[in-house]
Design a protein around this ligand. Structure first.
Ligand code: ATP
Ligand code: MG
Length: 345
């Protein structure tokens, strides 16, 4: 038997770094096999389009070598500008009529021809009225998707699954929070995108990517303190200057405020348009959820309970092989990669 047969690598190609996770399933339990992260130079992925494919492939290839990965099958995901997500309410109709309506809905919303996207849709269970069905439509630009796939094939892997970041969050949540009920907003605040997936009893009822993320804050630090990207990232991570420098404090405050406003606006839009119930529970993750004050600010703003997602909550790992401090440190950034590693080929 080939090493790693039946397993799948979760590879999250983010704007700021590539994250990789490999899990082994034993019954209903999952064991961590490999985990790692490799930073990407700031101009490698721009507006979620791969701008420097050789740099991204090389970074992935080095990460795979460093981790000693032997598994070939990979799940990747895309988000942000190349993706459109839309929820629509349509009158009851036959499957073939529904397909035509979806095409029409997409033609109204896309900035590009329908031939330039791959699309899919899902009827939202238990929603809509007697006369209506509610549908979640997703579309992804073919060219952008192909470029992500090429990164994985360039390093000799088989891309067996191409998902969206928002849905991989859901896969991660399902396994790690099996007791969760009712309406929950999963919010992943990254470097250039914030993924939002509102689930109701485990089913996605609304999904959206906001083009807000920590890069904005990094660029403010770079400009204000005359630092390189790497130096500004270092300042963010250690918050060395953040606590004393009044300018930086203000930047952090502004970034937290604007991010929380956009998240609240999206959740309020969902509640007012599709649901009479308020979202009382928000679970956050992504590298930028670690900014001190983010969680409390979002809770104040939305009047909801805000918790931090732990993608390793139900994942078993050997403390001899993986340093618990390291796992805790990278945990906020691993939500998407774990969700991908949980997917079945
Ligand atoms: N401790 C921290 N304090 C503040 N910011 C942090 C911290 N750790 C990470 N970040 C920020 O989080 C961002 C990276 O998060 P993440 O890895 O989730 O994004 P990504 O997946 O690379 O990007 P995206 O999905 O948006 O393309 C960066 O902007 C980084 O500066
Ligand atoms: Mg990300």
């Amino acid at each position: 038997m080939l090493l790693g047969e039946g397993r799948i690598l979760g590879i999250d190609i983010g704007s700021s770094s590539i994250k990789l996770v490999e899990l082994e399933q034993n019954g209903n339990a999952y064991q961590l096999r490999s985990v790692g992260e490799a930073p990407l130079p700031p101009d490698s992925i721009v507006n979620k389009a791969i701008a420097k494919s050789e740099v991204v492939s090389h970074t992935l290839s080095t990460l795979i070598d460093d981790l000693g990965i032997e598994t070939d099958d990979a799940a990747i995901s895309i988000s942000g500008d190349p993706v459109l997500m839309k929820r629509v309410s349509l009158p009851y109709m036959s499957d073939s009529e529904l397909k035509k309506s979806i095409t029409w809905e997409l033609e109204q919303s896309l900035y590009q021809g329908i031939k330039e996207v791959n699309y899919d849709y899902q009827v939202i269970p238990g929603q809509g009225t007697q006369d209506n069905i509610d549908v979640l439509i997703v579309a992804a630009n073919k060219n952008a998707t192909k470029n992500y796939i090429s990164i994985v094939t360039d390093v000799g892997l088989n891309p067996v699954i191409v998902d969206l970041d928002v849905f991989s969050l859901e896969s991660m949540y399902e396994v790690n929070y099996p007791e969760s009920e009712g309406l929950v907003a999963l919010v992943n605040i990254g470097a250039s995108v914030t993924n939002i997936n509102i689930i109701d009893n485990g089913e996605s009822v609304f999904a959206r990517d906001l083009t807000v993320g920590g890069n904005h804050y990094t660029h403010l630090i770079m400009a204000e303190m005359d630092l390189t990207y790497e130096e500004a990232e270092e300042v963010k991570h250690t918050q060395r200057v953040g606590l004393t420098d009044p300018g930086l404090k203000q930047f952090a405050h502004n970034f937290i405020n604007s991010t929380c406003s956009e998240i609240k606006e999206t959740i309020d839009f969902f509640s007012s348009t599709y649901c009479t119930e308020k979202v009382k529970r928000i679970m956050i993750g992504g590298g930028s959820s670690s900014i001190p004050g983010m969680k409390d600010a979002l809770s104040d703003r939305t009047q909801a309970y805000v918790g931090i997602l732990n993608p390793f909550r139900k994942i078993v790992y050997s403390e001899g092989a993986f340093d618990p401090e390291y796992i805790e440190d990278i945990s906020p950034k691993m939500n998407v990669a774990i969700g991908l590693a949980l997917r079945k080929p």
